[in-house]
Design a protein. Structure first.
Length: 118
């Protein structure tokens, strides 16, 4: 038994032999079964925007969702007009349907999400 285990460890079996096939099967089983059994803690990361960039997603034909960083909204004028200016600087003339402020866990507004259509 120790000779077999030593041969498995040093991978001394010829390709196509029974023991070679067993080793390959064990490796493949480890690769494909461990993510289901063992939680590696991998999660997709949230989309991080570079300062001054706006994320644009499609929500249907002609419908767009913009995520505008709160740091871009400052100065004089109403929030509606500033959001309209930011969106129009990217996509041209659009109609804003609605918007909402997305807050971080501690309550600070991080992004304005704006729904618009052409």
């Amino acid at each position: 038994m120790s000779r077999i285990l030593r041969s498995y460890f040093f991978w001394t079996y010829e390709r196509g032999s029974f023991h070679y096939d067993v080793m390959v099967t064990l490796i493949l089983a480890f690769i494909f079964l461990t993510p289901r059994i063992w939680n590696y803690g991998d999660r997709p990361q949230a989309e991080k925007l570079a300062p001054g960039s706006v994320l644009v997603k499609t929500a249907g034909p002609g419908d767009l969702v913009y995520e505008i960083p709160a740091a871009q909204i400052r100065g004089s004028g109403s929030l509606d007009s500033q959001l309209q200016q930011n969106v129009e600087s990217i996509s041209g003339a659009v109609v804003i349907d609605r918007y909402e402020a997305v807050k971080e866990p501690h309550g600070k507004i991080s992004v304005y999400r704006v729904w618009a259509h052409r």
